[in-house]
Design a protein around this ligand. Structure first.
Ligand SMILES: N[C@@H](CCC(=O)N[C@@H](CS)C(=O)NCC(=O)O)C(=O)O
Length: 209
């Protein structure tokens, strides 16, 4: 049994989607980051960075923060969504690209373009450039491929998809990125994605371009 500490954000949804894909038994513990629940001592004992998501494995007592580490641990210990041989390295390449580029740049875009629009035009211009750049990278990678690692759906897709699901917040028009759009819709149809998206509670339907 896994305890999942999470909230209704892209980083949190990566883990609930992965757990649903694995058919894993888990219990959700909401950490309302809009009310600073991430700074409660009990949560900080599990996630010293004070950021969701985090997990505790009840069997081994292992605790983990950082969505990339959590998905890698689940993939390795369950033997799923991390393909063998060369696709393994492409999976890790795109997993780390998500951690280092897609998440941080789109996260900045949410702050500037959604929550502070009209305040700093230069910051908005830079954010729009970076949004176009990461979507351009995704489009190039997904042209002629069903999934980021290649043929197989993997943790690389589970890492990236929840960030793309906020395309409206990022002012990203998916009709400009047809391969990303097809990939996004292909993954949105998965029952585990539809279940994991609404954890720890329902906010809105999965946005459809
Ligand atoms: N690199 C971390 C990022 C985690 C993260 O930024 N979580 C956000 C929500 S999506 C958070 O907890 N924010 C609260 C805060 O910064 O205080 C991961 O991939 O898990």
């Amino acid at each position: 049994m896994i305890d999942l500490y999470t909230w209704t954000t892209p980083n949190g949804r990566k883990v609930s989607i992965m757990l649903e894909e694995l058919g894993e038994a888990y219990e959700c513990h909401p950490v309302d980051i809009s009310k600073d629940a991430q700074f409660a001592p009990d949560f900080l004992a599990i996630a010293p960075s004070g950021r969701i998501p985090a997990i505790r494995d009840r069997d081994s007592g292992l605790t983990l923060m950082e969505s990339g580490a959590i998905l890698l641990w689940l993939a390795e210990t369950r033997g799923q969504f991390l393909p063998p041989a060369s696709e393994r390295w492409k999976t890790l390449e795109w997993t780390f690209w998500q951690v280092g580029q897609l998440g941080p740049f789109l996260g900045q875009a949410h702050q500037v373009l959604k929550y502070n629009r009209g305040r700093t035009p230069e910051a908005e211009r830079k954010c729009r450039d970076q949004v176009a750049r990461v979507y351009g990278t995704l489009e190039t990678r997904l042209t002629g491929r069903d999934y980021l690692a290649g043929n197989d759906y993997s943790i690389a897709d589970i890492m990236a998809w929840p960030w793309v699901s906020r395309f409206e917040w990022q002012e990203a028009d998916l009709t400009n990125y047809p391969s990303v759009r097809d990939w996004y819709l292909r993954i949105a149809e998965r029952p585990a994605v539809q279940a994991g998206y609404h954890k720890p509670h329902y906010v809105n339907d999965i946005p459809l371009p």
